[in-house]
Design a binder for this molecule. Structure first.
Ligand SMILES: Cc1cc2nc3c(=O)[nH]c(=O)nc-3n(C[C@H](O)[C@H](O)[C@H](O)COP(=O)(O)OP(=O)(O)OC[C@H]3O[C@@H](n4cnc5c(N)ncnc54)[C@H](O)[C@@H]3O)c2cc1C
Length: 521
């Protein structure tokens, strides 16, 4: 009886202090040899030590059988889910999943820094732009930026931040890009969407990474100057989160087309005839070029390979006959340009596939890889800017608004909510900066990017709820002096776009964490 109690106490103590394997073995052997532990207790103890400590035994008798069991129980992964899970790199996040993160490694990363040019752009051009913007006018009257603001945005390169200098872009670091976004979103939250959106995942990024020289030379200078306005069309009425299930299909065939870019006519060209129906596409109504995702099939074997080629991305000028893009949606009181795009039997040459014919069927991988980066530098910095705006205005309001003879910030309930706003905002910026550090080190941390997108947009929801509560009627009643309502209305956009949050948590974060854990076993 005493032996059993000693054994249980030893077991608990070793587990509680995360004792190393050699200590577990030593205690087991000592207990067995001295007779303190019964043999039926000590031998299984040592067997478990051997199974958990010797990798080859563990893999043979535990990991592989368990993996086989779960493989049979779980539904099979589709190719698109697998590509989503495989995209990107594993960076510091590997430390989290190995159960014993090396915090010194984390604190050893150098803080990202801005170059002189980037700092000056934030202090000067961005400052001027912020002063030109007027959210009330944008949302309630114009539903667009005034022409002079658009011109300033294009002339100063606000939509060319990710484009290489040799093509006329700014070639800013990811960190600088995010800091510009932070500032615009902190001053004019709704207008920020409109200005920053052409930088996010879309034609420019795809062309830079995968485009042919001809595509780069033609489109990148035009996108940098704003001569072309891009949008990217993936989502449709039948496929949202499950974007790999888009029904839009293109067939490889011979056909003729007139190139709207120069007017030249071409007969009997090998290309694609595509029909598609997309919706909720940002910038679509004013776009001049659409990055289109569709499924490519080659039933006549004209490319010499399999019939089902897979998801492919192509660049279509919007002036093509049969292509419709000018209707408009209004995303939750935040009227940046957004709308449906559809087309029937549109023929284009293979050279319009992003990356050319070699990249036919590579679309899903390209999108997933770019999204791993894009997720860090689009919605998370917008959320940080919005949260800073809320923290700044709400703390000021709590100081000047008096009730019961006191500034409302003196009441514990209000102070409590203010503290939460401050805490969330601090964590959001720290999370953003960590992800940007990874990106600027050349990583493509897909789990971290999903975590940042998920956490920052969810935390913004909490921050905005508290900020609205503290402002009371001041933030509920509309008018040019209401500086919070537009941001509050925009929260669900961040939650939904670029991988809806519940899906991001389940598939991109937990799903990939499980895969990482299985690989490490
Ligand atoms: C303002 C705005 C702008 C947009 N801009 C563009 C654009 O420029 N280009 C473009 O192609 N698309 C764009 N979209 C579309 C956007 O990408 C989709 O809305 C998004 O992918 C979610 O799809 P859905 O809205 O159809 O939701 P659904 O896919 O119907 O999902 C509904 C709910 O189910 C959850 N869910 C779905 N599958 C799973 C799963 N496996 N596990 C757990 N939860 C799951 C989701 O998280 C969500 O909460 C935009 C959308 C909005 C609202």
């Amino acid at each position: 009886m005493l032996g059993t109690i000693i054994a249980i106490v030893c077991l608990a103590a070793l587990a509680f202090f995360s004792a190393p394997l050699w200590l577990w073995v030593a205690v087991g052997v000592f207990g067995l040899l001295t007779g303190v532990f019964a043999w039926w207790f000590a031998l299984p103890w040592l067997a478990v030590c051997a199974l958990s400590g010797v990798a080859s035994l563990r893999m043979k008798f535990v990991s592989r059988p368990a993996f086989k069991l779960f493989k049979n129980i779980l539904p099979p992964l589709s190719a698109t889910e697998q590509a989503a899970i495989d995209a990107g790199t594993v960076w510091w996040d590997a430390e989290i999943f190995n159960g014993k993160p090396d915090w010194r490694k984390l604190s050893g990363f150098r803080d990202p820094e801005l170059t002189e040019e980037e700092q000056s752009f934030i202090d000067n051009e961005t400052e001027i732009l912020c002063q030109m913007l007027n959210d009330w006018r944008f949302i309630h009257h114009d539903k667009d930026l005034p022409p002079e603001v658009w011109q300033y945005v294009k002339d100063q390169g606000f939509i060319a931040m990710i484009i290489d200098k040799k093509y006329g872009g700014k070639q800013f670091s990811h960190y600088a890009h995010a800091k510009v976004e932070n500032k615009i979103a902190s001053r004019r939250p709704a207008a920020a969407y409109m200005i920053m959106l052409p930088n996010f995942l879309g034609p420019a990024e795809l062309i830079q990474h995968y485009g042919t020289d001809e595509q780069k030379d033609y489109y990148l200078p035009r996108l940098a100057k704003g001569i072309d306005m891009p949008c990217f069309a993936l989502t449709g009425p039948w496929a949202g989160s499950d974007a790999g299930a888009i029904p839009d299909t293109g067939f490889v065939c011979y056909g003729s087309y007139t190139d709207p870019r120069g007017g030249s006519h071409h007969e009997n060209v090998l290309g694609v005839r595509v029909s598609f129906e997309k919706r909720w596409i940002t910038m679509a109504p004013i776009a001049t070029v659409i990055g289109l995702a569709f499924k490519l099939r080659d039933p006549e074997g004209l490319l010499g390979g399999k019939e089902d080629i897979g998801i492919t991305c192509a660049l279509l000028p919007t002036v093509m006959e049969g292509l419709h893009h000018q209707c408009r949606h209004y995303p939750n009181e935040t009227p940046f340009w957004n709308g449906p795009v559809w087309g029937k039997d549109i023929f284009f040459p293979l050279e319009w596939i992003i990356g050319g014919r070699d990249y036919a069927g590579q679309g899903w991988r390209m999108l997933m890889e770019c999204l791993s980066v894009g997720r860090c530098i689009s919605l998370p910095p917008q959320s940080v800017g919005n949260a800073k705006h809320a923290a700044w205005t709400t703390s000021a309001w709590a100081g000047i608004r008096r009730q019961f003879g006191l500034p409302i910030g003196k009441f514990e309930g209000v102070a409590d909510a203010l503290a939460l706003i401050g805490g969330h905002t601090y964590q959001m910026e720290a999370t953003q900066d960590l992800a940007l550090t990874g990106l600027d080190l050349g990583e493509n941390p897909s789990v971290i990017s999903a975590m940042v997108k998920f956490n920052n947009t969810e935390r913004l929801r909490k921050v905005m709820n508290d900020a609205m509560d503290i402002h009371g009627g001041r933030a509920v009643v509309g008018g040019p002096r209401n500086y919070l309502a537009s941001m509050y209305n925009a929260v669900p956009i961040g939650i939904t776009a670029e991988g809806a949050n519940i899906l991001a948590r389940c598939l991109m974060i937990s799903g990939r964490a499980h895969s990482a854990a299985i690989i490490m076993c």
